[in-house]
Design a protein around this ligand. Structure first.
Ligand code: 4H7
Length: 227
């Protein structure tokens, strides 16, 4: 395997992330050396007695803004020249599978998780190289968005999932919704599995799945077919 993808996460809530990184596939990915995680507690980069990370907005108004200096210092403590510094924000570019694939080809990702009413604009303009949103809704902080992006990216690193046919098929079918799946028993609560799937006719099964996948995409996500 090649060098691990380095992922640093800068946050006021390192504990929120730790549990997530220590579970299941992400943990195994780290053990395998596919990825190296590091969480950075932003408070370590404050200099005042109260470890202040936010302040009142210039110009007045409600809410608090994250101070730039601790964020600059925290990023500078981990960033390498090739690092992508990613600010998780509702104003960012909408995250999707293609964005995940691009990030999976990088060597170093540094996630900056905002909170309060947002971050000082200079963090956006002079620290972040990317701004990403996971969708059109507001969260109290950027930790869960960072976790979502990390999960989507790490599972794409070669060797993390094992290159079984499920991953191959998934990338093959990208841009389409998946076909319905069934497992045993053949009848559950009187509900039967479609006959074709137990027919043993593999050509027929492939055709049925393609058809289902196309119909589902048309009904539920016609926007995917336009892309
Ligand atoms: C940076 C700037 C991401 C981070 C502002 C982050 C949703 C997403 C945050 C904010 C996030 C997403 C602070 C803006 C709290 C809203 C009430 C953290 N929310 N926030 N304000 N969609 N929140 O990816």
């Amino acid at each position: 395997m090649t060098a691990p993808l380095r992922i640093d996460v800068i946050t006021l809530f390192p504990g929120m992330l730790q549990g997530f990184l220590e579970e299941s596939i992400l943990k195994r990915a780290a053990q395998k050396g596919a990825v190296a995680f590091n969480t950075v507690d932003l408070r370590r980069f404050t200099t005042d007695r109260h470890h202040t990370t936010d302040d009142r907005p210039f110009g007045g108004g409600p809410g608090m803004v994250m101070k730039p200096e601790p964020l600059f210092k925290a990023v500078e403590s981990v960033a390498t020249p090739e690092a992508r510094v990613i600010l998780m924000t509702p104003q960012g570019r909408r995250f999707d599978q293609a964005a995940a694939a691009k990030l999976a080809r990088q060597t170093h990702l540094v996630f900056v998780c905002g909170h309060y009413e947002g971050v000082d604009e200079r963090v956006r303009t002079h620290l972040a190289t990317d701004e990403i949103s996971i969708g059109d809704y507001v969260l109290t902080n950027g930790v869960l968005p960072a976790a979502v992006v990390i999960d989507a990216v790490v599972r794409l690193i070669p060797g993390v999932l094992g290159n079984d046919s499920a991953t191959t098929e998934e990338s093959f079918a990208a841009g389409r919704l998946e076909y319905p799946q069934y497992t045993r028993p053949r009848v559950c609560r009187g509900l039967e599995v479609p006959e074709v799937l137990v027919s043993g006719d593999h050509e027929e099964i492939a055709r049925w799945r393609q058809e289902q996948s196309a119909r589902r995409t048309q009904d539920r996500r016609p926007d995917l077919l336009e892309k």
